[in-house]
Design a protein around this ligand. Structure first.
Ligand code: SF4
Ligand code: SF4
Length: 379
């Protein structure tokens, strides 16, 4: 099997396909601390792409509550069980990846979900890890009783398992932006992609009898506009842009800054070996570090410390780049923080957005002489 370098696991690994990096890689950072589980992203995607026949059960974007939520049912538990022991040695993963653990004759470890596994997309929503009782210190950080929302889309992986496992080469990765697309003319509905995508982000359409997946709103991205799930995010948790490999990272690229410079954003399940390109800022309130390390790898403690520094006012640059999230429909390629403001620039270097680091406040007098009325709540 050919070897490729995966920086997320700090080593070379087997990949059963030609592993060629795109000229640039579309990516996003999701701040789990700000997600309110409103599902606006889910519905923005649903009404745009999956409202047709055979697409009823599809959620290219879904938001599940961890630790109990999953869509399809137990996707993460099942894949991690199949992977076997997962050990990290600093930043180097010593276990087997999805490709290295493949049984003879297969390209990756995987399973095909049953129809009923898709029946409960909101299973476990808002459920805490343990019952909230008076003895538990949930008003102190981190919490004993906790949950958090995990928004998920296709990760447009650098080494996609869906692509590597398609016998028709119907799935391809665009060299210009790394978006992974599925050619429905070539697809014959074998579902090897559904079986081998560990994140279960390829869906089979029983009406058209071919598979479908997230297209990262590529017609918008081509015009410098962010995908719909990002633009519509109520919690402003999503930073969309392009990620570099660590050796080519630039400190004024918002995604590079979060992933490589401050190392506050981490990939989902890096041990799978796909080099997933949706990154997560881990939740600071979760009292089970091992659970977070299982999901986001060994960088969790450092990421939480970096995030808390920004929240305590000790990292204005990080605060600034987080404030730019979902502040404009345009893709922000470069940013700058100066004199209490964060500035975002498009690909041509033109300013597309400017946000204050501190929201302006207005204090109104308690008595309004025009209406001869007293106000409550005057700030
Ligand atoms: S998340 Fe799944 S569907 Fe998306 S690129 Fe990776 S392997 Fe393919
Ligand atoms: S729209 Fe944003 S805040 Fe709402 S669920 Fe989706 S990711 Fe979370």
């Amino acid at each position: 099997m050919p070897k490729v370098y995966n920086w997320q696991i700090g080593r070379e690994m087997d990949y059963p396909f030609e592993g060629r990096r795109p000229r640039r890689q579309a990516a996003a950072v999701f701040d789990t601390n700000k997600c309110i589980g409103c599902q606006t992203c889910t519905m923005a995607c649903k009404t745009t792409w999956t409202s047709g026949k055979g697409q009823e059960y599809m959620f290219w974007n879904n938001v599940e509550t961890k630790p109990w939520g999953s869509y399809p049912l137990a996707w993460d538990v099942r894949v991690l069980e199949m992977l076997g022991p997962q050990a990290w040695d600093g930043g180097v993963y010593r276990g087997r990846t999805l490709f290295e653990a493949a049984p003879g004759g297969e390209r990756a470890v995987g399973y095909l979900p049953e129809d009923l596994d898709y029946a409960y997309p909101n299973r476990g929503e808002d459920e805490t890890n343990v019952p909230v009782t008076e003895e538990r210190f949930y008003l102190r950080l981190p919490h004993d009783a906790w949950f958090f929302y995990l928004p998920r889309i296709c990760n447009h992986c650098t080494y996609p398992a869906c692509l590597a496992s398609c016998p028709r080469t119907a799935i391809y990765k665009r060299p210009e932006d790394g978006i992974v697309l599925l050619d429905q003319q070539r697809c014959r509905g074998y579902r090897d992609c559904v079986k081998n995508c560990p994140f279960k982000k390829v869906f089979y359409n029983h009406t058209t009898r071919v598979s479908e997946k997230c297209v990262l709103c590529f017609p918008a991205v081509e015009r410098g506009i962010q995908p719909r799930c990002m633009r519509n995010c109520i919690g402003k948790i999503r930073t969309f842009g392009f990620v570099s490999t660590p050796d080519r990272a630039t400190a004024d690229n918002p995604v590079d800054f979060l992933v490589h410079v401050r190392k506050v954003a981490l990939p989902l399940l890096p041990q799978l070996g796909l080099e997933a390109n949706i990154y997560y800022i881990p939740p600071v309130h979760v009292g089970n570090l091992r659970f977070l390390q299982m999901l986001f790898g060994p960088g969790v403690e450092g990421a939480i410390a970096a995030y808390r520094r920004a929240m305590e006012g000790r990292d204005e640059e990080l605060l600034g780049v987080l404030m730019l999230a979902v502040s404009t429909d345009r893709i922000v390629h470069r940013f700058r923080v100066s004199r209490g403001h964060a500035y975002g620039y498009d690909e041509r270097g033109e300013e597309v957005v400017r946000v204050p680091l501190q929201e302006p406040t207005m204090v109104r007098p308690a008595y309004d002489p025009q209406y001869r009325a007293y106000r409550y709540n005057v700030t």
